[in-house]
Design a protein around this ligand. Structure first.
Ligand SMILES: [Zn+2]
Length: 236
């Protein structure tokens, strides 16, 4: 039985120029593709991973899950999904974010890992429970799944119109929040952990970092044109 590994990047240590400085890992945000390739390579090596064995998604704020047993075939179109799961040890799953919640999951006993991208739409659509379900289909047990959520915009910063807060909290009551200045807000991280608990995945750890408040992290809401952070999960 091999261990589970979880990692979240910050914005430093890469080669991208302003406004993507420095470690932008997102390929669809306007940055120089050569810089993104170099950054992905650098990040993988720093984690002891083969860059060719990291699976990236084409994220679209939905709830579809891809089951993978290896890297995407060269030249093939990367599927539009917001979660990916695998039963292959040594294969790393990566999720890109800049305020959305990166969710990493692993059942080290079954050897099944999952990564999900949960923004407000993904929370409402249920991408995280869908990822857990896909892992269970591969032999994982919810009670054994270890969960981590990474740097994301916090509930005290994520202001939304009142109607939007109502719509979200109708589906996920735990996501109802208020900004530090007293207006309606959504707490996606709290919502994700409530969904995990409901799926039988308890005790997941959450990053204390709010991307919007941290100058060491990319934040779409703060900067609009900016880079993407990555979360990685893999099993030995
Ligand atoms: Zn915050």
């Amino acid at each position: 039985m091999g261990g589970a590994h979880f990692a979240f990047t910050d914005r430093w240590g890469g080669v991208s120029a302003v406004p993507y400085e420095e470690l932008n890992l997102g390929g669809a945000v306007g940055d120089d593709p050569a810089a993104v390739r170099a950054n992905r390579e650098r990040a993988a090596r720093s984690l002891g991973l083969d860059p060719a064995l990291v699976v990236w998604m084409n994220q679209v704020h939905g709830r579809d899950v891809a089951v993978v047993d290896g890297p995407w075939r060269a030249g093939a179109e990367v599927p539009a999904v917001d979660a990916v799961v695998t039963a292959r040890r040594g294969l790393a799953l990566a999720v890109l974010t800049a305020d959305c919640t990166p969710v990493l999951l692993a059942d080290p006993v079954a050897g099944v890992a999952g990564a999900a991208h949960a923004g407000r739409p993904g929370l409402v659509a249920g991408v995280v429970p869908a990822a857990v379900e896909a892992m269970v289909a591969l032999g994982a047990e919810p009670g054994r799944i270890v969960a981590r959520t990474g740097p994301a915009v916090c509930g005290r910063c994520y202001e939304v119109p009142a109607g939007m807060r109502d719509a979200v909290s109708e589906v996920v009551p735990s996501a109802r929040a208020e900004t530090s200045w007293g207006t309606p807000a959504v707490d996606v991280v709290a919502g994700v952990h409530a969904q995990l608990a409901q799926a039988g995945v308890a005790g997941g750890l959450r990053s204390a970092v709010c991307t919007l408040e941290s100058r060491d992290h990319f934040s779409y809401r703060r900067d609009r044109v900016t880079g993407r952070l990555a979360g990685y999960v893999w099993l030995e």
